[in-house]
Write a new protein. Structure first.
Length: 260
């Protein structure tokens, strides 16, 4: 991206990542990518069912596939964190800060420091869980600044009887609008056949390998690149129009040499 992405923090509060429930493994260093940089991938599970979560199995499988391809991996149980609702106050646009003092700043910091991001959610009434939607609603500033540009992502979802693929598509759409390039999805229906999770885990491991390979090779998808360019120009226009009100975002793009 050139300039490091802005780190969203609450004023006066140090970011503490100690609360994150993480699983970190030593990376495999037999690929040229690893000679100069550790590839970091974070997986976020938005199911509230803890260790009973079928979605967690898929998120962990993606991370395992990525780990075997050389990634340093981190797992986050989103539902164990305190993330308050966005109030649409616009403070993040103006100052790059949030009025809330909660766990969001540390989680965003973790995502911004990663090369790859994995979203996982079960289908709750044809959408993601409330916990994931709450997190995404807090990321409007990240979308305006396209802070995931240069990152890669993928999504996994489980459902009882329908819409797992559609929920995964929604999460990939969110990643795309944040600026990331998505490499695929896994959706599985487990209501009628709980054993369907077993082949889905194998697919998820392959997806993790694909995610790691995309990061290593800096894979480019022309269709997504076109969308990224269009979104970038769109946000630059609306931020320029609101530059007196959205000073932080204007200064961010100006610092990248994109605005004068």
């Amino acid at each position: 991206m050139g300039k490091k992405a802005y780190s969203f923090k609450h004023p006066g509060r140090a970011v503490d990542t100690g609360f994150l429930s993480s699983l970190t493994f030593l990376p495999i260093s037999n690929h040229p990518y690893m000679e100069n940089k550790i590839m970091k991938i974070i997986g976020i599970n938005a199911s509230p069912r803890g260790d009973k979560s079928q979605t967690k199995k898929l998120v962990m499988a993606v991370l395992e596939g990525a780990r075997k391809s050389g990634a340093d991996i981190t797992f986050v149980d989103l539902c164990s964190l305190e993330i308050k609702y966005c109030t649409a106050c616009g403070t993040c646009y103006a100052k790059g800060e949030c009025i809330h003092d909660d766990d969001f700043a540390a989680l965003l910091e973790k995502m911004l420091n990663a090369d790859g991001v994995v979203f996982g959610s079960p289908n709750y009434i044809n959408s993601v869980t409330a916990q994931l939607k709450t997190m995404l609603d807090r990321m409007a500033d990240s979308i305006h600044c396209q802070q995931f540009a240069g990152k890669y992502g993928c999504s996994v979802s489980t459902a009882g009887g329908s819409m797992a693929d559609e929920v995964a598509d929604y999460m990939n759409s969110a990643l795309l609008h944040l600026g990331a390039t998505t490499v695929g999805k896994v959706g599985v229906l487990v209501g009628a056949d709980p054993n369907a999770i077993v082949p889905a885990e194998k697919q998820a491991k392959e997806l993790g390998r694909k995610l790691a390979d995309a990061i290593k090779t800096k894979w480019n998808d022309p269709d997504q690149t076109k969308i990224h360019l269009e979104r970038k120009e769109y946000f630059k226009r609306i931020i320029s129009f609101n530059k007196d009100l959205w000073k932080h975002e204007y200064d961010y793009w100006k610092g990248l040499g994109e605005l004068k």
